[in-house]
Ligand binder design. Structure first.
Ligand SMILES: Nc1ncnc2c1ncn2[C@@H]1O[C@H](COP(=O)(O)OP(=O)(O)OP(=O)(O)O)[C@@H](O)[C@H]1O
Length: 252
């Protein structure tokens, strides 16, 4: 299996405080790595580091085998297209002054996609995130949280990235909507082969979507491996605590 994103020995401190220590993982093409831990465990710090938004103090991050922190400007521009963020709050991803269609077309313009293909590509993206094509003319404020998150996902996959970094991407949604959006992520992955780096504080969400899991506690990896194996027989007390505190993902 091809490794699309990998980290080795990553460390990050803020002043005297170590937010992440000796963190390593591998994410394979078309697979999902769940990163789970309580608030403050270092999940978003790791997410920012793998998007090259925050420089680690030590360790390496590789995107498709290339060192993300040793790339020149031109390679970095390409790399930035290959890894995209789906944030918790779609209001951070969508431009409120643009219709849904224009939010997507803005991406096409940035990618220099021929104008003649824009309408077809818009329909294709809305289909992929299971949102009716009628919403193309809607404004972000007219959308529910789940619909807005679907547009944010469509926007993130517009450039056909290899990896989506999903930082608490379903945490703000109602339980039933959460399950629907998780299923959309899974369908999308089957269709496009995109790999998901899925950050959540909720082990139920991670259990629902992830092939592999990385459990973080105060910046340290306490456990990692195939989700099914780790959750069936957690070796660490902290994982057992998260398991006891997990919510239930509603059936969708
Ligand atoms: N820029 C920063 N400056 C100082 N401390 C920071 C900074 N960013 C993160 N931290 C600290 O690092 C620790 C890890 O933060 P991080 O946001 O990665 O945790 P998290 O697991 O994503 O938590 P949450 O689920 O609440 O977002 C926290 O204690 C946080 O206060």
């Amino acid at each position: 299996m091809t490794v699309v994103l990998a980290a080795s020995g990553v460390r990050k401190s803020f002043g005297d405080f170590t937010a992440l220590d000796d963190c390593s993982f591998q994410l394979h093409a078309g697979r999902t790595l769940g990163v789970v831990g309580e608030s403050g465990s270092g999940k978003s710090t790791l997410g920012r580091i793998v998007m090259r938004l925050l420089t680690p103090d030590a360790g390496t991050v590789q995107l498709a085998g290339d060192d993300l922190y040793a790339m020149g400007a031109s390679r970095l521009r390409t790399a930035r297209r290959r890894i995209q963020l789906v944030p918790q709050d779609p209001r951070h991803a969508l431009n409120p002054a643009m219709s849904v269609g224009d939010n997507l077309r803005f991406q096409f313009a940035a990618q220099r996609l021929p104008r003649s293909t824009w309408n077809v590509r818009t329909d294709e993206l809305l289909d992929q995130v299971a949102l009716s094509r009628d919403y193309v003319h809607a404004w972000p404020y007219e959308l529910s949280g789940g619909q807005a998150q679907r547009v944010a996902i469509a926007r993130a996959i517009a450039g056909r990235p290899d990896v989506l970094v999903c930082d608490e991407a379903v945490s703000a949604l109602d339980k039933s909507v959460q399950a629907q959006v998780l299923n959309t992520f899974a369908d999308l992955q089957r269709e496009t082969g995109v790999a998901l780096f899925f950050i959540s504080h909720d082990l139920a969400v991670i259990d629902h979507i992830s092939d592999d899991v990385l459990v973080l506690n105060r910046g340290h990896t306490v456990e990692s491996g195939p989700t099914r194996t780790v959750l069936a027989d957690p070796q660490d007390a902290y994982t057992r605590e998260l398991l006891a505190a997990r919510s239930v993902v509603a059936a969708a």
